[in-house]
Design a protein around this ligand. Structure first.
Ligand SMILES: [Zn+2]
Ligand SMILES: [Zn+2]
Length: 334
């Protein structure tokens, strides 16, 4: 089969023929329908201290159709359309058994979606509602990231929300905050490109670059936000979130910053800010992330701006390292 393989720092992904996967006990093979390109895949191919191993096939936002099942697989059948929860744990510990593979001692973040076929475990397969397309299935993972962030924020109905960043994760946070009862939601971004999208997802206020976009957003919210979601992952933004949130408010860190960052602790201490990091999601959250699309709430589909073949993907993947007009790019291997 064909797969886009990571070779080494500084080289683009390489589309190569690799061995077709065969399922061991408990495993399944899916024919990949779509796989979203995620910012974290860009990070692990450019940050020397966090580099993916050479030979790895990345891509963790994927959906497909089951084409082979291994021994002992009972719940999933050939022909099922599934999204893959891309966290593999041991499958036996209390975390795994309670649907929290993220907290298994043997947790691994799986890739494999940038390929024609992918191998996973039955327990990581979430069968998609029949109304969902492959594109929808590949959106479940980033939607689950946003859902978990809002859930862990302990947001109360009516609260004022500021979302810093309007990439797919910021947009997903807006989407869920709105549906979980937020009051006014303001979003800031580095350009006006995402204004329409942010509003479709549920933001009432959108502030593009200005001298002080966060101050403008606070003004439009009518006061400091109860919760700030940091969804960019650049140095200085946690400090900005802490400085902006109300006293005893909450900052949720969803952005993946791979660089050292500074924070003036006394500002956080003086306001008793709760800084809550958010990574991953539970199986329950992952399953729930598909439900709005199934119910006809299709705003997240607008995040998909481009679809590329596996062959055409490597240069597009490289181009995404710079600021582009794309939001979510989907790889279509077939
Ligand atoms: Zn991702
Ligand atoms: Zn486990």
């Amino acid at each position: 089969m064909k797969a886009a393989v990571f070779k080494e720092l500084g080289l683009p992904l390489s589309v190569e023929n690799v061995a077709d996967p065969t399922p061991d006990a408990g495993q399944v093979v899916l024919k990949v329908g779509r796989c979203g390109i995620c910012g974290s895949d860009l990070h692990v191919t450019e940050e020397p201290d966090f580099l993916a191993p050479s030979g790895k096939v990345l891509g963790h936002e994927f959906a497909g159709e089951i084409v082979a099942v291994g021994a002992g697989v009972e719940r999933i059948r050939t022909g099922d359309k599934i999204a893959v929860l891309p966290l593999s744990g041991c499958g036996h510990c209390i975390s795994c058994l309670s649907g929290e593979p993220a907290w298994c001692d043997h947790r691994q973040v799986d890739g494999g979606g940038y390929a024609e076929y992918a191998l996973t475990y039955e327990r990581q397969c979430v069968v998609l509602p029949s109304t969902l397309s492959m594109e929808d299935g590949a959106l479940v993972e980033p939607l689950a990231v946003g859902l978990h962030g809002v859930a862990i924020s302990e947001m109360k109905p009516g609260q004022k929300i500021l979302v810093i960043g309007a990439g797919p994760i910021g947009l997903a946070a807006i989407f869920w905050a709105k549906r979980m009862g937020a009051g006014k939601i303001a979003a800031t971004a580095s350009s006006m490109r995402r204004a329409e999208l942010a509003k479709q997802m549920g933001a009432e206020i959108f502030v593009a670059p200005s001298a002080d976009p966060v101050a403008e957003a606070v003004e439009a919210l009518g006061g400091p936000p109860d919760i700030v979601f940091e969804c960019v992952g650049k140095p200085g933004l946690i400090q900005q979130a802490v400085a902006t949130v109300r006293r005893r408010g909450t900052v949720v860190v969803l952005g993946l910053c791979f660089k050292p960052d500074t924070l003036i602790p006394v500002i956080a201490v003086g306001k008793e800010v709760r800084i809550q990091c958010s990574g991953f999601y539970s199986l329950q959250e992952f399953q729930h992330a598909a439900t709005p699309l199934d119910a006809g709430d299709v705003a997240p589909r607008s995040m998909i701006t481009d679809t590329v073949s596996l062959e055409d993907m490597p240069p597009i993947f490289e181009a995404l390292r710079e600021r582009t007009t794309q939001c979510k790019v989907m790889v279509k291997p077939w």
